[in-house]
Design a protein around this ligand. Structure first.
Ligand code: BTN
Length: 233
């Protein structure tokens, strides 16, 4: 049973679908909203990065009043994307880099930006490189796109399946969400370096705790990390 009836707004070009959703957060009082744009002129990524957004890729933001915890949302957002892609392309070697970068073969093909709007509403922005990807300066995780990996995905099919997955995962408790998410976890059980601003922590990525924090096994014990970026060891 669907919890939300999503009302969809389509645009040729927006500065950012997240910006549109934040500016229209009052709409969430009536219904859950999905905002889709063909391109963005000021697409935003996490950590203040730019999200280059030419035509042909997917740019969407969900806007809704949430009954679930922010942590659940972070994991549901990326799990829904991973699961939707798996349904569409069963043998895709898809992984999620904590907390919610969508990766194929060690290359980033999608990202998620979650923001709190006014009136207790949430905005979950999803960008998916369907047919093009920028040449990123940080070569640790180069970007790629599905088409160049030989995968053709239709944007609107993805959106439909994504929302179905979202509704399904919303019914689950955090432990179940976390267990499903861990099946996609990039570098789980491996030695990683976590970049925390200008400092770095090394250890083995051993899991996620009940709050959604990353667990890093170090010689001196398990370190609990709530933010940061996983790098190669
Ligand atoms: C990241 O990996 O840094 C997150 C990228 C999020 C990009 C999407 S595209 C749709 C929505 N609108 C934005 O401006 N950003 C998100």
């Amino acid at each position: 049973m669907m919890e939300n009836n999503w009302k969809r707004y389509d645009f040729d070009c927006l500065s950012s679908t997240n910006d549109w959703a934040l500016a229209n957060s009052h709409l969430a009082e009536e219904t859950a909203v999905v905002c889709v744009a063909d391109c963005q002129t000021k697409g935003r990524g996490r950590r203040g990065r730019e999200w280059i957004s030419p035509q042909g890729n997917l740019y969407m933001s969900l806007l809704f009043n949430s009954s679930c915890l922010p942590t659940d949302m972070v994991y549901i957002a990326s799990l829904s994307a991973a699961q939707a892609l798996k349904i569409m392309v069963p043998d895709i070697p898809l992984q999620i880099k904590w907390p919610n970068d969508i990766m194929v073969d060690g290359q980033k093909i999608g990202g998620i930006l979650i923001e709190k709007a006014a009136n207790d509403a949430w905005v979950v922005g999803i960008g998916l490189n369907l047919c093009s990807s920028p040449l990123r300066k940080d070569v640790v995780y180069p970007a790629n796109n599905l088409l160049s990996l030989g995968i053709k995905i239709y944007r609107d099919d993805f959106i439909e399946i994504y929302l179905q997955q979202w509704e399904k995962f919303l019914q689950l408790d955090f432990k179940s969400i976390k267990d499903l998410w861990l099946r996609f976890a990039y570098r789980l059980g491996e030695n990683v370096v976590i970049k925390l601003g200008s400092s770095e922590l090394s250890g083995k990525f051993i899991g996620i705790d009940e709050h959604g924090y990353l667990l890093l096994q170090q010689a001196q014990g398990v370190k609990v990390i709530n933010t940061g970026e996983i790098m190669f060891s």
